[in-house]
Design a protein around this ligand. Structure first.
Ligand code: SAM
Ligand code: SF4
Ligand code: SF4
Length: 339
């Protein structure tokens, strides 16, 4: 048993609990709100292989984070299942005691991979799914990918026990908001949890406009009109999604209201980019280079001290202070930092 680490707090008294690790900046989708083709075209300069943290480097860093109080690691990207032999990384991370290990995926190759991911020690998956209707789904991913294959992936994940599967839908008003009620209906009673996410101004490529954000309260109103809902308590303090359940007992849904109801005051997340930069906020414009320490011969203690110093001086609260001016500022891309 590890000794309980002293609690590390940032300048706003928030503990460090979650680490999101981006394992690739590449993706086989070009979702309109994340990697629009106009920016992420054929010539886009993705990171060369030698820039990527190796599995050994990621595992070493993750262990140091766990010693600092991290209890959850989420693998993300880009599309994390595209990272060569990602199952091997999962096996290495799963050997760290006391860690909850999850992964967010677009689900495109999940049907094929679900069993190996489970066998490697992954606990749960979150699958992004922006519509049930095939034509809308193909338009959202912008590479003509059929929705049926993602649905197969979700089913496979449920079957092998990567459950409950969380299903993330990014809602863009006027683009896929008609998909809200059908998606809720499809997964009612399945044991899986659909979460509706407000379209955010991450990065500088997605041409974000406030007009295209459908507030979560409207999402709830639309579903409640067909399938009555009631609010339920969070599972734990700082849970990002607000939870609602169907009054008839058919399960629950969540809404993530990063734009209309900021949750910075309880944000316990840090993000590690594919090339080893640490970001204290999804909307940051610069990161802290951990790879330089790892490759420069720093000891575990030196790296831990650096992590501690970064967290202790953290004061981010972007979503609480968002304005049209901040939204237009240059920020790192979602596909680079991971969701
Ligand atoms: N490729 C994987 C996937 O799509 O699940 C993992 C990476 S993706 C960047 C992580 C999450 O960020 C996805 O659920 C995606 O829908 C969400 N996301 C990306 N851009 C977003 C935006 N502008 N607003 C809200 N959510 C966004
Ligand atoms: Fe790829 Fe995920 Fe971004 Fe879509 S949201 S482009 S699947 S990284
Ligand atoms: Fe956390 Fe930054 Fe999002 Fe606020 S805006 S919840 S500080 S990641």
């Amino acid at each position: 048993m590890n000794a309980q680490p002293a609690q590390l707090l940032d300048t706003r008294g928030r503990p460090l609990r979650d680490l999101r690790i981006s394992v690739t900046d590449r993706c086989n989708f070009r979702c309109l709100y994340c990697m629009p083709k106009t920016v992420f075209g054929r010539d886009y300069p993705f990171l060369p292989r030698q820039e990527l943290l190796s599995f050994e480097e990621i595992t070493r860093i993750a262990r140091l984070f766990v010693a600092q109080g991290v209890t959850k690691v989420r693998l993300t990207g880009g599309e994390p299942l595209l990272r060569h032999r990602v199952e091997q990384l999962i096996e290495m991370l799963a050997a760290i005691p006391g860690l909850e290990l999850t992964l967010t995926t677009n689900g495109s190759i999940l049907a094929k991979k679900a069993q190996t991911l489970k066998d490697a020690g992954l606990h749960r998956v979150t699958v992004s799914l922006d519509a049930l209707d095939d034509a809308t789904f193909r338009r959202m991913n912008d590479v003509d990918f059929p929705v049926a294959q993602v649905l197969e992936g979700i089913e496979a994940a449920g079957k092998v026990g990567l459950a409950p599967v969380k299903i993330n839908m990014v809602v863009k008003r006027g683009t896929n908001d008609e998909a809200i009620v059908p998606l809720a209906e499809h997964f009612r009673g399945s044991g899986h949890i659909v979460r509706f996410i407000e379209f955010m101004d991450v990065g500088s490529s997605n041409d974000w406009k406030m007009d295209e954000v459908l507030p979560s309260r409207d999402v709830i109103r639309r579903i409640d009109a067909v399938f009555p809902l009631e609010a339920i308590d969070p599972n734990y303090s700082g849970e990002v999604a607000q939870r609602w359940r169907y009054k008839d007992g058919a399960g629950e849904i969540g809404v993530i209201s990063s734009v209309t109801r900021a949750f910075c005051s309880t944000c316990t997340r840090l993000r590690l980019s594919t090339e080893g930069k640490l970001y204290t906020c999804l909307f940051a414009d610069h990161g802290h280079d951990l790879r330089a320490l790892v490759r420069g011969g720093s000891t575990d203690q030196e790296i831990s001290d650096r992590i501690g110093a970064i967290w202790r001086t953290r004061d981010d609260r972007y979503s609480e202070i968002r304005t049209a001016e901040t939204a237009a500022r240059r920020k790192i891309e979602m596909s680079y930092i991971g969701g």
